[in-house]
Design a protein around this ligand. Structure first.
Ligand SMILES: N[C@@H](CCC(=O)N[C@@H](CS)C(=O)NCC(=O)O)C(=O)O
Length: 211
């Protein structure tokens, strides 16, 4: 399997987590022709990262990819057994992609603005914290977001929360992470599988933010 990704892409990191936890044999490639190139768009019409490729078959959209990986590589399962529990995980994954992650992404254009005005910063940070409060209301981590094993619900937030923390640190701001989610985040990152899978993303992100 070819995994089209870059080290810096946070949605790629979300999928790399699943690839690594499931022990999938994959070859990671930077987008052919470079990021946003015509050449990459010819392969992946959405033009987004990540994408996977098996022969002529190409799939983009991180959650569709993660669902595919879950069906194709059943072990270890990253969806629970019960219908209600599975639906819950899917809800959490969508909540991440549609509400939490875009609130963090709104900071991206501001990263190169060290003099960002306080009111704008508070507004952007407040939106992220509102989404985190909602997330905390949806789950009782034990220790993972949806129970005693890592699921697809954990993958996005395990990348997006540290990303928000690192970006906000540029303005010496800290993120108010609700009780429960703070312990989940610390424990999650101590898991050697998570640490290994996200190391390249962490390094690239730190380089982006300090260069
Ligand atoms: N909904 C997409 C979002 C992916 C996405 O936005 N990826 C970023 C990189 S992390 C990207 O490719 N952006 C396109 C661009 O900047 O042109 C997914 O889940 O895969």
């Amino acid at each position: 399997m070819i995994f089209h990704a870059t080290a810096l892409s946070s949605y790629s990191a979300k999928v790399r987590l699943v690839l690594c936890i499931k022990g999938v044999d994959f070859e990671e490639r930077e987008p052919p022709g470079g990021y946003r190139s015509e050449c990459y768009r010819a392969l992946v019409p959405m033009g987004t990262l990540p994408a996977i490729q098996e022969g002529d078959w190409v799939l983009s959209e991180s959650e569709a990819i993660n669902e595919y990986l879950e069906e194709r590589y059943a072990d270890p399962p990253m969806l629970p057994a019960g219908f209600h529990e599975r639906a819950r995980v899917r809800f959490l994954a969508r909540f991440h992609d549609l509400y939490l992650e875009p609130a963090v992404r709104a900071l991206f254009p501001r990263v190169r603005d060290p003099a960002l005005d306080g009111a704008t910063l508070q507004r952007l940070r407040g939106t992220i914290e509102h989404r985190l409060q909602q997330l905390a209301g949806f789950c009782r981590p034990s220790p993972w977001l949806a129970g005693d094993r890592i699921t697809l619900a954990d993958c996005g937030p395990l990348v997006t929360l540290p990303l928000a923390q690192r970006i906000l640190a540029r303005w010496s701001q800290s993120l108010d992470v609700p009780t429960g989610l703070d312990a989940w985040l610390a424990e999650g990152w101590q898991d050697p599988r998570v640490h290994r899978a996200l190391a390249s993303w962490q390094k690239a992100t730190d380089h982006w933010l300090t260069s």
